[in-house]
Design a protein around this ligand. Structure first.
Ligand code: SF4
Length: 328
């Protein structure tokens, strides 16, 4: 059937003094109802640009959607005017970013901010909206929610602020939650609590989650399906079990090798610096496989033409010439 979210052939480019940076360069990503999909990759791989494009939160200009569609429940969001898009954000698609201080307004109480979001979308009375705000704070496990709705963002710790943001994102019952590095700024214990909270919310509310992260430990904990991005492309996609058990793309293999142990203590250490070399410039991306300069299996054919993303096992796709396509 129809997927909740279906990104098709998406290209997002940014104008710079030196030319167009092809930050996202032709990707397909789907999310089913109720499913948790992780997009993983190093900074600059295009994962955050992808998330922001779905929400239409990229600045245009300098950004430009050069090609493709973002189908949400069968409707393309790309041509939608900003008012229509504003309705979709947080009513249909909630979002949480890395640093909640930038998304919360410091001059209003958190209760006021949640209540306003709810009132706009549901036309509740002020009183009912404040009750809903307290209910949302309780839902995300903030102690004394009736009192804390009257507090300002700076009166909460970093972890508590992120809970507030999640509560706000969920207050209108979105079908999809986009979370971009929601735990990166937090210490390890709090990270684990926030991930538990996301999992619990997802189960209770039945929404789909698109989680953007650079940390493989986070992926292992929360994902059902994983999309690995490199230099503006999807290089591998697989159910989480298959990705960790039999990673195919040499880049994915490097990512997984860079995790000392897949457990909670490893989350904050699971950085990706372990793979030698750097990501190519997206001003003039190399012809052929964009990972070739860092790949120990690289051969002349790799740089002749771009390896297509092919299905190599059920639900497991990889863009690398080492693997023959499996036809069913
Ligand atoms: Fe390495 Fe070639 Fe596969 Fe690219 S296509 S990942 S260079 S083996």
């Amino acid at each position: 059937g129809q997927r909740l979210l279906e990104i098709q052939g998406l290209k997002v480019h940014f104008r710079t003094d030196d030319g167009w940076v092809r930050a996202v360069d032709g990707i397909d990503i789907g999310v089913d109802r109720g499913e948790t999909v992780c997009i993983v990759g190093e900074s600059g791989c295009g994962k955050t640009v992808t998330a922001k494009t779905v929400l239409k939160l990229i600045d245009m200009p300098p950004g430009k959607i050069a090609a493709g569609q973002v189908m949400f429940e069968g409707r393309d969001l790309v041509p939608l005017p900003s008012e229509a898009m504003q309705k979709i954000r947080s009513k249909e698609i909630g979002f949480v970013f890395q640093e909640p201080m930038t998304s919360l307004n410091p001059v209003y109480t958190v209760g006021h901010q949640i209540a306003e979001a709810v009132r706009q979308h549901e036309g509740l009375s002020r009183r009912a909206a404040m009750d809903r705000a307290a209910e949302m704070l309780r839902l995300v496990n903030i102690p004394n929610p009736e009192r804390r709705v009257h507090d300002y963002p700076h009166q909460f710790s970093g972890g508590m602020r992120q809970r507030v943001m999640i509560g706000m994102a969920l207050s209108c019952g979105p079908k999809l939650l986009i979370a971009d590095e929601p735990t990166t700024a937090l210490d390890v214990t709090i990270q684990a609590q926030i991930l538990d909270l996301l999992a619990e919310m997802k189960q209770r509310l039945g929404m789909a989650v698109l989680l953007i992260t650079h940390a493989m430990g986070v992926v292992a904990e929360v994902a059902q399906r994983v999309v690995v991005m490199y230099a503006g492309k999807v290089v591998e996609e697989a159910p989480v079990g298959a990705l960790f058990a039999t990673p195919r793309h040499p880049y994915t293999q490097g990512l997984i090798r860079s995790i000392p142990r897949i457990d909670r203590a490893a989350i904050s250490h699971a950085r990706l610096e372990a793979i030698p070399g750097t990501v190519p410039s997206l001003l003039n991306p190399p012809v052929g496989c964009r990972f070739a300069a860092r790949c120990r299996h690289a051969m002349p054919e790799c740089t002749a033409a771009e390896p297509p993303l092919r299905e190599v096992a059920p639900g497991h796709k990889v863009a690398c010439i080492l693997y023959p396509e499996v036809r069913s």
